[in-house]
Ligand binder design. Structure first.
Ligand code: C2E
Ligand code: MG
Ligand code: MG
Length: 586
C-alpha cells in the first residue's frame, strides 16, 4: 500500500544528506509500482525525490539543468544548495500541504542556482507518488530561462529608453503614480522635476544626430549622478528628462538637486572632438502642495519649466499658482496666433528714421502689432518669440516684408519721398529657411521696389544657432543689393567680433546705450567707442530710442547720421505715418 505523506510531514533536507543518484532507468520494481519513473526517464527533465529530500533518481536532462557534468557530481550537492532559502521555504510549505497523487502543489515556477552559479528558471509539476513503497515526489521540470529572458527583454524595451537606458515615459508614469499613492498614505511630499535642454536642437542640426545621441547619453549619466538611488530619472522623449524625488520631508532637497543638475549641464560636453556648452531649464512641482492629481502635477512641473526657459534659460523655477493662469492664457494666445494672418489681425506700425543732420524723414522701421479681438494690441516682444517657437515666423515675416514693401513702393511715388526706404526686423530662426532669398526676390518682382530700398535688421543671435547657414543666407541677401543692419548693438556679449564677421553695412545702437542726462560716464565712453569703431569699419550708425534733443545732439556730434525715437514720432499705423512723410523735423 502506498503510504501517504500527511499534512504535517516535513521535507527535511540537511547539507549532509547524501542523495541516491542513478542515471539508469529505475528498476522494474519501480515500474511495477507506478508508471511515473518510466515516464520521467522519457521526459525532458525529471527527478524523483524521497520525502526526506534525498534524490532517488535524476535523469540526464535534469542533471544538465542542475548545471552538473554527470550524475556522480550530484553526490557532492544537497538539493537545498540549488535554491535560494526563500524559494526553499516555499517548496517546503507547499509540500506539507500535498496529498498523495496530488499534482502541482509545489510552486510552478522556481529559480534555481546552478552548480556554476548561473541562474535558471524552471517550470515544474510535482506529484506525490509511491515509489518502492515509499512516498516520493515526482517532479518534472522544464527550463524556461530563455522564455523568461525574452519576456524580460520585451518588458525592458517597453519600460526603458533604448538610447540612455533610463526608464521611459511609461515606467516613469507608473512610478510617479505609485509615489503619489505612497506619499498620500505616509503623509509625505513628492517633487517632480522637468528638465529640458536649451540647445539640443542646435547640437543635432550642426553636429549631427550621432553627436545628439552622445549628448543625451552623457546627460542621462550626469543626471543620475545628481540623484539618490531612491529617486527616478527618466527620459520622456527628445531632450526632455524628468526626475521623481520621493520623500521630500527632508529639507530643500529639490533645490539642491536642481542647482547640481544645472551645474552638471553647463560643464562642457566633448562631442565630435570639440567642447560644446549647453544648459538646461528646470521646472519643479510638489505633490500635494501644488497638485492634487498626477496629471495636474505633470502639467504644473511643465509650466514651471516653461517659465524657467522664458526667464532666460539655465535656471530653475518652482511652480506657483499664478503660473497656472499665465499658462492658460499663453495656451489660448498660441492657438489664436495660428490664425493671425487669415483673420487679418496683424498690422504694421511705422516709425520714422530721420537724418540727424538735416532732420529729414528718410525711411521707416516697420514694427508689427497684433490686434487681438479680445485682448487688444499685443506687443511683438510677446508674440514674436511665440511665433518662432510655433514655426509660424516664416510666414509672418514674409507677410511683413511683402506688406511693408508694397506700402513703401507706394510712398516712393511721391516726389518728396522717392528715396524713402523701409527696414524690417528679421527673426533669427528665419535663417533655417534657405529659400528666404527667393521669397524676397519674388516680392521685389511683384512690388517693383528696388532692393536698395529695403533694410533687414538682424541681431547677433543669428550666429548662435547655425552660423554657417546663417552666413550663407546673409551673403545671398547682400548680393541682391539689400542692406543689412545689426539691431540692438551693444546688448549682446560678443558684439565686436560679430560686427567684424557679419556682412552688415549699418549698426543700430540699442536705446540703453543712447546716453540720457542721467547716464553715467562709463556709458558715454562706451557709446563713443562704438561710434568710432563703426566709423573705422565704415559702417553706418543709427541711434535708437532718441527721446530728447540732448540725445539727438550727442549722437549727431559723434558722426551718428541717422536716428529714430519718440522725440520724432512713436511707431504709428500707415495712415498716421503718412502725415509726416517727406517732412523735416524742426
Ligand atoms: P526693435 O527692432 O529694437 O524695435 C525698437 C523698439 O523700440 C520698438 O518696440 C519701438 O517701439 C521702441 N522704441 C522706438 N523708439 C523709442 C523711444 O524713443 N523710446 C522707447 N522707450 N522705445 C522706443 P516694439 O515696437 O515694441 O518692438 C519690440 C521688438 O519686437 C523690436 O525691437 C523687434 O525686435 C521686435 N519686432 C517688432 N516687429 C517685428 C517684426 O516684424 N519681426 C520681428 N522678427 N521682430 C519684430
Ligand atoms: Mg529693429
Ligand atoms: Mg532695436
Amino acid at each position: 500500500m502506498p503510504c501517504a505523506v500527511g499534512k504535517n510531514s516535513r521535507l527535511n533536507i540537511k547539507q549532509t544528506d547524501t542523495p541516491i543518484v542513478t542515471t539508469d532507468r529505475p528498476s522494474d520494481d519501480a515500474a511495477m509500482t507506478t508508471n511515473s519513473p518510466l515516464l520521467i526517464a522519457a521526459l525532458p527533465a525529471g527527478v524523483l525525490l524521497h520525502r526526506d529530500g534525498r534524490i532517488v533518481y535524476a535523469n540526464p536532462a535534469m542533471i544538465r539543468i542542475l548545471g552538473l557534468a554527470n550524475a556522480e557530481q550530484l553526490l557532492q550537492y544537497s538539493l537545498l544548495s540549488f535554491f535560494q532559502p526563500e524559494a526553499w521555504k516555499r517548496i517546503e510549505q507547499a509540500v506539507h500541504a500535498m496529498e498523495p497523487h496530488e499534482t502541482g502543489g509545489i510552486p510552478s515556477e522556481l529559480t534555481l542556482t546552478q552548480a556554476d552559479d548561473k541562474e535558471a528558471t524552471l517550470e515544474i509539476v510535482t506529484t506525490l507518488i509511491t515509489f518502492q513503497g515509499e512516498p516520493t515526489f515526482c517532479t518534472v521540470a522544464q527550463d524556461i530561462s530563455k522564455r523568461k529572458q525574452n519576456e524580460e527583454r520585451i518588458r525592458h524595451q517597453a519600460n526603458y529608453d533604448g538610447l540612455t537606458g533610463l526608464p521611459n515615459r511609461t515606467l516613469f508614469l507608473d512610478r510617479l503614480q505609485r509615489e503619489i499613492v505612497r506619499a498620500t498614505r505616509q503623509n509625505h511630499r513628492v517633487a517632480l522635476m522637468f528638465v529640458d535642454l536649451d540647445r539640443f536642437k542646435w547640437v543635432n542640426d550642426t553636429l549631427g544626430h550621432a553627436a545628439g545621441d552622445d549628448l543625451l547619453r552623457e546627460v542621462a549619466r550626469r543626471l543620475q549622478e545628481c540623484l539618490r538611488k531612491s529617486d527616478t530619472v527618466a527620459r520622456m522623449g527628445g531632450d526632455e528628462f524628468t526626475a521623481i524625488l520621493p520623500d521630500m520631508a527632508k529639507g530643500p532637497y529639490a533645490e539642491r538637486v536642481a542647482s547640481e543638475v544645472l551645474g552638471q549641464l553647463v560643464s562642457p560636453f566633448t562631442l565630435c572632438g570639440q567642447d560644446v556648452s549647453i544648459s538646461g531649464s528646470i521646472g519643479i512641482a510638489i505633490f500635494p502642495d501644488d497638485a492634487a492629481t498626477l496629471d495636474e502635477l505633470l502639467r504644473n512641473a511643465d509650466t514651471a519649466m516653461y517659465r524657467a526657459k522664458s526667464a532666460g534659460r539655465n535656471g530653475y523655477r518652482f511652480f506657483t499658482p499664478d503660473m497656472h493662469a499665465e499658462a492658460q492664457e499663453r495656451m489660448e494666445l498660441e492657438s489664436d496666433l495660428h490664425h493671425v494672418l487669415d483673420r487679418k489681425e496683424l498690422i504694421i506700425h511705422y516709425q520714422p528714421i530721420v537724418n540727424l543732420n538735416t532732420r529729414q524723414v528718410i525711411g521707416a522701421e516697420s514694427l508689427l502689432r497684433w490686434i487681438h479681438p479680445k485682448r487688444g494690441p499685443i506687443s511683438p516682444a510677446v508674440f514674436i518669440p511665440m511665433a518662432e517657437e510655433l514655426g509660424l515666423i516664416s510666414k509672418m515675416t514674409e507677410w511683413t516684408i511683402r506688406t511693408a514693401c508694397t506700402q513703401t513702393q507706394q510712398w516712393r511715388q511721391r516726389p518728396d519721398s522717392s528715396d524713402f526706404f523701409i527696414s524690417v526686423n528679421l527673426s533669427c530662426t528665419r535663417c533655417r529657411d534657405l529659400a528666404v532669398g527667393e521669397k524676397i526676390q519674388a516680392i521685389f518682382r511683384d512690388t517693383g521696389l528696388p532692393p536698395a530700398a529695403l533694410v533687414l535688421e538682424i541681431t547677433e543671435n543669428i550666429l548662435s544657432e547655425d552660423a554657417t547657414r546663417a552666413m550663407a543666407m546673409l551673403n545671398q541677401i547682400v548680393q541682391m543689393g539689400v542692406n543689412l543692419w545689426l539691431d540692438d548693438f551693444g546688448t549682446g556679449h560678443s558684439s565686436l567680433s560679430v560686427l567684424k564677421r557679419l556682412p552688415v553695412n549699418g549698426i543700430k545702437i540699442d536705446r540703453s546705450f543712447v546716453p540720457s542726462s542721467s547716464s553715467d560716464p562709463e556709458t558715454i565712453v562706451l557709446v563713443e567707442a562704438i561710434l568710432s569703431l563703426a566709423k573705422s569699419l565704415n559702417r553706418q550708425v543709427i541711434g535708437e530710442g532718441i527721446e530728447t534733443e540732448a540725445q539727438a545732439e550727442f549722437l549727431r556730434n559723434r558722426n551718428c547720421s541717422m536716428g529714430q525715437g519718440y522725440l520724432f514720432l512713436k511707431p504709428e499705423p500707415a495712415e498716421r505715418f503718412e502725415t509726416i512723410l517727406g517732412k523735416t523735423f524742426s
